[in-house]
Design a binder for this molecule. Structure first.
Ligand code: 5AD
Ligand code: SF4
Length: 438
């Protein structure tokens, strides 16, 4: 009889990928089968995120909920960034937790489930063990880690503490994985790393010199891989060579995540982001001049310590100029082990009033909603290549994503899942785009 695994995944694409690894390991080596019902699970895992304080605070009440409804002998394990960050103290605080496994230790999942009340959270280990079995949600799309950890020291960010130093995965392992995916029918791959375009900076084994742009080129030479996406790049490392390759290589999807964080050069300096407002706008301008239909998404933090009204207006100015397609926005949340948290602790800087930060967040979101409406209106009659991912037989409705990552629905008499087809946008219903096959 199979044992049942319930897994809850919080946070970023990296965590989703780690969960894929965990599921595959437990299915292959330990005879587990996934369930969506925690009540029937033999093992309950929470793959946690610690980037902001709120989800971390919720963790212990969630553990309590699971402990109440779980089967008698079912185990509870805490994985991911909060596991790295809080380590053994999770075991001390909650008797219900059986083990704690850090974000950089997920490859040890099939060993730790046999241990009692342990925390494995060290961050020096052989990265080659990182490429191991994976369980894809869809055969059409696959994710590949190209680096782990982060070497930047953005002053608000806990990630370098939880995921450790940046190490690039050897190129041949990435290429082999991409070929394996292509052979099984995968059309689109998503390359993952905290800071993907710093690829090649450090390997744990002797390695030829290579950078991110060269890696993209090499992966794009693999037959069968038709689309390549990546997340997250850092605006600082977007040099001209990268932008040229990005613009001219047809396999590179024309959607990019450019985490702005703030539009104020003063705040960017305090955040230690390494670029200015002008650099960011210059990179965007260059990309738009080569790829007019490019879709750009971003992350913005409001209420970073010392952010004035003027600084915030700079952020709104960049929002207006770039017309981001997607915005992920957050109120600054002070995190342990970060430089900004130390400034606050030492009373070197004051925190921004919560109500004021909320006002800024609402304003930012409102402005972005207007931009989104305008961007959507411009889509009428545009032509996109769509990779179809699902077909609703009853309503004869295909659904897929454009290379600019927009969800598009198309009425069609036949199932074209797995095909990439040209589609003309014929209708816009609120945020939803509807197209016709060409
Ligand atoms: N407070 C608020 N937002 C944060 N992020 C990272 N750290 C913090 C923090 N301390 C946001 C950044 C990052 C995204 C993943 O989360 O915008 O790009
Ligand atoms: Fe955090 Fe900055 Fe590294 Fe991104 S680049 S993970 S924001 S430290």
């Amino acid at each position: 009889m199979n044992k049942k695994l319930y897994i809850q995944t919080l946070g970023c694409a990296m965590n989703e990928r780690d969960s894929e690894h965990i599921i595959a390991e437990l299915e292959e080596k330990e005879n587990y089968q996934i369930t969506t019902n925690p009540q029937e699970a033999d093992l309950i895992l929470i793959n946690t995120c610690s980037v902001r304080e709120k989800p971390e605070k919720k963790l212990f009440s969630e553990i309590g909920q699971y402990a109440k409804i779980k089967k008698n002998d079912a185990k509870i394990g805490i994985c991911g960034c909060t596991a790295s960050h809080l380590g053994e103290s999770i075991l001390k605080r909650s008797k219900a937790v059986d083990f704690v496994l850090g974000a950089r230790n997920v490859s040890k999942i099939s060993q730790i489930i046999h241990q009692k009340r342990v925390a494995w959270v060290d961050i020096d280990y052989d990265d080659s063990s990182y490429i191991f079995s994976s369980k894809q949600n869809s055969i059409l799309k696959g994710m590949i880690n190209i680096s782990i950890g982060c070497d930047k020291k953005c002053t608000y960010c806990i990630v370098p503490h939880t995921r450790g130093n940046e190490i690039s995965i050897p190129t041949h392992l990435i290429i082999n994985e991409a070929k394996r995916l292509a052979n099984q029918g995968t059309k689109e791959i998503l390359l993952l790393g905290q800071n993907v375009n710093n690829y090649g900076k450090r390997f744990s084994i002797p390695h030829r010199k290579i950078n991110f742009t060269q890696l993209l080129y090499e992966i794009s030479q693999i037959d069968g891989i038709q689309r390549i996406r990546f997340t997250s790049p850092h605006p600082l490392h977007m040099d001209d060579e990268f932008i040229e390759e990005f613009a001219h290589n047809p396999k590179l999807c024309k959607a990019i995540h450019m985490p702005l964080q703030s539009g104020s050069t003063k705040i960017l300096q305090k955040m230690k982001r390494g670029y200015t407002k002008e650099w960011f706008l210059n990179r965007v301008e260059k990309m738009y001049s080569l790829i007019p239909h490019l879709s750009i998404s971003t992350d913005i933090i409001v209420g970073f310590p010392t952010e004035s009204e003027e600084d915030f207006l700079d952020t709104l100015d960049v929002l207006e100029k770039v017309q981001f397609d997607t915005l992920y926005s957050f109120i600054y949340s002070s995190r342990p082990h970060t430089e900004a948290a130390k400034w606050i602790e030492n009373k070197e800087v004051g925190e921004i009033d919560e109500e004021e930060a909320k006002r800024r967040l609402i304003l930012l979101k409102d402005k972005h909603r207007d931009i989104l409406t305008q961007n959507n209106q411009k889509e009428l009659n545009n032509i996109h290549s769509i990779l179809f991912e699902s077909y609703d037989e009853q309503n004869k409705l295909l659904e897929g994503r454009s290379d600019t990552n927009k969800l598009i629905r198309v009425k069609a008499g036949r199932n074209l899942v797995g095909e990439i087809c040209k589609v003309k946008i014929s209708e816009i219903k609120g945020a939803q785009l509807i197209g016709e096959l060409m």
